[in-house]
Ligand binder design. Sequence first.
Ligand code: GLN
Length: 282
Amino acid sequence: MRVGEALAGTGLAAREARLLLARAGGWSEASLLAHPERDLPRDIEALFAQWVARRRAGEPVAYLLGEREFYGLELDVTPAVLIPRPDTEVLVEQALARIPVDTEVRVLDLGTGSGAIALAVKCHRPRARVVAVDASGEALAVARGNARRLGLEIDFRLGSWCEPLRGERFDVLLSNPPYVAERDPHLGQGDLRFEPRAALLGGVDGLDAIRAIVAQARSCMFRGAWLLLEHGFDQAAAARALFDDAGFGSVESWTDLAGNPRVTGARYHRDAQPLTTAGGEH
Ligand code: GLN
């Protein structure tokens, strides 16, 4: 079979078919377009046919290829981790804006998944000391593999939110937690159908994880530290209320590339009430 014929009959969007065939054959998409007459070797034709069938059944392209680009980094992804999305880039931007290049700032990524956020921060702020936590050992294996391949040093911990931190404190705390409501119809559509439920579901209103993180965060923040959380497009007001209730001051939200309020954050002010459970002035 020739390239042109293979691309014509897939039932997929042209762009997606081209991407899959290019990856199956190890060619660039430009060279595919330039040479529709090229003969497909049998093994490549077979792999492409398999990918097309799986894609038509809904499997995300990122899982078929086993990778996704995020913030300029090529990351390995498996069905054990959420697929990194452009929505999350605003979280990284807001984090980088608060991390000086020349200081050894301590950064925490809660629910790191593929490691996308932690790795993007470490790549752009090599002096930062980055700790990344996940409750899934399988996810941490993916994240560790990414860190190794990219040559970026991250201190990975297995556990639930702040639990594995044993009293350590940080300057910038970040998370893209699960925030989809249990009955959200989007769970039955698109890529979400194939992604790990533990990385998506945030309880009845989607806010369970955000509630837990906001409640725990102060015990692992230095005074003056920042907590920045991603949330659903319609959760900014609820997230801000949770920050307010937890005693954070000057809570703000920022919009993603699509114009949705996507990240809410605040600073643990120097004049905040000391926590009874966590001693130590910083
Ligand atoms: N942004 C994802 C979506 O709704 C959800 C990711 C998450 O729960 N952290 O498509």
